[in-house]
Ligand binder design. Structure first.
Ligand code: GDP
Ligand code: MG
Length: 456
């Protein structure tokens, strides 16, 4: 996928204007690329038509050239389908929080139970894993091993009971349950209540293909334990089968979030796009290996960049953002030439524009050669921005347009009003002075050396 899209965008980059046939050609290339990556056909259709519509409707008059606009549209659209902002786990008001795992056999549920347990334990929670996969005698043992590795306790049915049940019914692995998973899940929750565990993670059984009985079993467990979250675990390598599987679990059990597993393989992101698009449920976590630590919070923007390939396309996005800033700078220049003063309101606006770029930070982090850009963004502490904003908001309109008139007593009042120290107000005024100088050099025709108003 990546190579193909990179080639597409390379072609685009050399063009100055984007005609309808350019858009159509690009959209055709993107369609092929997505199909290549095993994105399900209906999803590909929906995606490409959204991109085409926005690309054709986009104003070409802005500071972005048409190629940059299409790149931004493709990226925005991907991020939005993949869930926009990352959603966090919903914790119950009255512990324990109950998290149930569902998915096909081999998708990575049991492994995930350990990872999630450790993740939550590291956040100060006290998790308990519950072995409600009684489909295979081995499954309980596997969860116990996983729990041990993660340093998280496991609640499992009594071994004697399983063995006894086994002996009585003569159940054969895979054909018959070795106990009542609903009862075990309920007992696990009761155990968590008694011993004050804060989170319960319930592992369940799955078949290699969607299976009515097991789907019903999962639905029964869900109904009995009323989980706060039901996480559907899906192997990122599943390809075109992603849509059918996800839909079966959505209707059979229903889930509140998705975990993509085996992203360490050469999965190309197709499943992520398909599942998110078809179910509308957020992808919350990603599993990236067999170890307990191979686990991360899912970032839609990073996944979008994985799908779009890292190098070239992101450079284009970055250029697009820069161009946007330049347009803003031109407005500043106009103001200066018109003898209008650069005010604190302008300053605040400028900082907000730079803060917005902070969302690019995570993507930039994945790219080679982005050191300088990253360093500048790293220098932008979001809390610092909030403090600056508070200070400017504590200024009167007169002060914002006449910063030189801000004397000692005004400074003290601003500091008090915004809850910062007087020396922070002094530092801000100093930086503002530098920003004003910057605007002057810009008006003389110089570039933008660094990001005005920041650093220090
Ligand atoms: P379950 O049947 O859904 O409980 O799946 P398991 O947790 O037993 O995992 C099935 C297999 O996939 C095991 O061999 C795991 O070690 C492996 N596995 C699980 N998650 C990942 C992952 O993110 N990456 C890789 N490479 N292997 C994984
Ligand atoms: Mg399992």
């Amino acid at each position: 996928l990546s190579d193909r899209l990179t080639a597409t965008f390379k072609n685009l980059r050399t063009k100055g204007r984007l005609s309808e046939s350019d858009v159509n050609k690009t959209v055709r290339d993107i369609r092929l690329a997505l199909l290549d990556a095993d994105v399900a056909l209906p999803v590909v259709k929906e995606f490409t038509s959204a991109v085409r519509e926005r690309a054709l409707g986009a104003e070409v008059s802005g500071a972005l050239n048409p190629a940059q606009q299409v790149v931004k549209i493709v990226n925005d659209e991907l991020v939005s389908i993949l869930g926009g902002e990352t959603r966090k786990l919903r914790l119950a008001k009255n512990p324990p929080t109950v998290i149930m795992l569902a998915g096909l056999q081999g998708s990575g549920k049991t492994t995930l139970a350990g990872k999630l347990g450790k993740f939550l334990k590291d956040q100060g929670q006290t998790p308990l894993l519950v072995a409600a996969d009684l489909q295979r005698p081995n499954a309980v043992t596997q969860l116990e091993v996983v729990g041990q590795r993660a340093g998280v306790p496991v609640f499992a049915p009594e071994r004697g009971n399983i063995a006894g049940h086994d002996a009585v019914t003569g159940a054969i692995e895979g054909t018959r349950s070795f106990g009542d998973p609903v009862a075990v899940a309920e007992a696990g929750i009761q155990e968590a209540c008694n011993k004050l565990y804060s989170v319960v993670i319930v592992d369940t059984a799955g078949r290699l293909a969607v299976d009515e009985n097991l789907m019903q079993q999962a639905a029964d467990i869900r109904a009995a334990i009323q989980p706060d979250e039901v996480l559907f675990v899906i192997d990122a390598m599943i390809g075109q089968a992603a849509v059918d599987t996800a839909e079966a679990f959505l209707h059979g059990v229903d889930f509140t979030g998705v975990v993509l597993s085996k992203l360490d393989g050469d999965a190309r992101g197709g499943a992520a796009l398909s599942v998110a698009s078809v179910t509308g449920r957020p992808i919350m976590f990603a599993s990236t290996g067999e170890g307990v630590k191979d686990f991360e919070v899912f970032h839609p923007d990073r996944m979008a960049s994985r799908i779009l390939d890292m190098g070239d396309v992101l450079t284009l996005i970055e250029q697009a953002e820069k161009a946007f800033d330049q347009r803003h700078a031109q407005e500043m220049e106009r103001k200066f030439l018109a003898q209008e003063d650069f005010t604190f309101d302008d300053f605040l606006q400028q900082m907000a524009a730079i803060k917005k770029m902070g969302s690019l930070k995570s993507m930039l982090g994945m790219m080679p050669g982005m050191g300088q850009m990253r360093a500048q963004l790293d220098a932008l502490d979001e809390r610092e921005f909030d403090r600056v904003e508070a200070m400017v908001q504590s200024m009167t309109p007169f002060e914002r347009t006449h910063p030189k008139q801000i004397n000692g007593s005004r400074r003290a009042r601003i500091a008090k009003g915004s809850g910062v120290t007087a020396s922070e107000v002094n530092a801000l005024l100093e930086r503002f002075g530098e920003a004003q100088k910057m605007m002057k050099s810009l008006a003389r025709g110089g570039g933008i050396p660094g990001m005005p108003g920041l650093g220090g």
